[in-house]
Design a protein around this ligand. Structure first.
Ligand SMILES: Nc1ncnc2c1ncn2[C@@H]1O[C@H](COP(=O)(O)OP(=O)(O)OP(=O)(O)O)[C@@H](O)[C@H]1O
Length: 261
């Protein structure tokens, strides 16, 4: 039987006295497309940052590709994983952030090939061939030699997606990737994401406030509130027949604000 690619078991995360994740458990199967939705501050971004090992944990277990991401001390205190282990685990996972963080003094092609060449020792020609394929996929093959300052926000975000894909991760994390964009640029990024979801067998976790997009993109939607999963299921069920009162009131507010779900 296929094993989950991510196992989150009784995960706890506190920042000082603020408990952000409170005994959270869920599994993700290989190839699943998951949307994480819920009110601001419910811990969605923190989950992605933990998976990316940008945060440590204060309790529980996180397993990625069959290996523990963190090793807890016997007394339960958190211990940052050592650098070699982090490096080893990070190769499985890529992340795209709200702000694209492209290298401003490098052209689009170099932005994409830098990490494969430097961190994986790939020959430049092979890295550039794959970068061109990825640029084709995100609709920017004609921008390979452009500088980031010459691109729109939507184009920069599409380059950031290509850059994360260049390292060929098995899991991709997307954190609010359209929320820094002008509304007219959102659609082009969503189209790329839908294409990625349809054409690849990568596991994808998306944190978003765009409910319409979560509906179209995801196989499964997790609704978070206060560091816990309140309700989860296929998008049609969550968006049209939510059963939990908190999911219902969250969606009512979104619809009242004029957004589609
Ligand atoms: N480094 C940090 N130090 C202290 N508190 C933090 C830190 N990172 C996050 N938090 C707090 O943890 C809580 C959860 O934040 P998180 O960003 O995970 O929520 P979210 O559900 O992604 O919210 P949003 O939808 O607004 O992005 C918030 O109260 C936030 O202020």
């Amino acid at each position: 039987m296929t094993q989950p690619i991510i196992r989150i078991d009784r995960l706890e995360k506190s920042f000082g006295s603020l408990k952000v994740l409170d005994g959270l458990s869920f599994d993700v199967m290989p190839g699943e497309k998951l949307a994480l939705i819920g009110p601001s501050g419910s811990g969605k971004t923190t989950i992605l940052r933990i998976l990316m090992t940008l945060e440590t944990i204060t309790g529980g277990h996180v397993e990625v590709c069959g290996e523990q991401l963190f090793h807890m001390r016997r007394n339960g205190a958190e211990r940052p994983a050592d650098e070699a282990h982090l490096h080893h685990m990070r190769r499985h996972i890529g992340m795209v952030f709200q702000h694209f963080n492209l290298f401003p003094h490098k052209c689009v092609l170099d932005n994409i090939t830098l990490a494969p060449i430097l961190t994986k020792g790939e020959p430049r020609a092979a890295a550039e061939r794959r970068a061109m394929d990825l640029l084709e996929m995100v609709g920017l093959a004609d921008k390979a030699r452009a500088m980031p300052s010459q691109l729109s926000g939507g184009q920069k975000q599409r380059v950031a997606i290509a850059r994360a894909l260049a390292l060929q991760p098995r899991i991709m994390l997307f954190d609010e990737i359209t929320s820094a964009l002008d509304p007219e640029l959102v659609e082009e990024v969503l189209l790329v994401m839908k294409r990625l979801a349809a054409e690849t067998d990568m596991t994808m976790l998306l944190v978003t406030h765009e409910m319409g997009f979560a509906h179209e993109f995801a196989d499964r939607v997790l609704f978070f509130d206060r560091g816990r999963i309140v309700e989860q299921g296929p998008p049609d069920q969550i968006f049209t027949r939510p059963t939990h009162e908190r999911t219902q009131s969250f969606l009512r507010k979104i619809i009242a604000a004029g957004h589609r779900v």
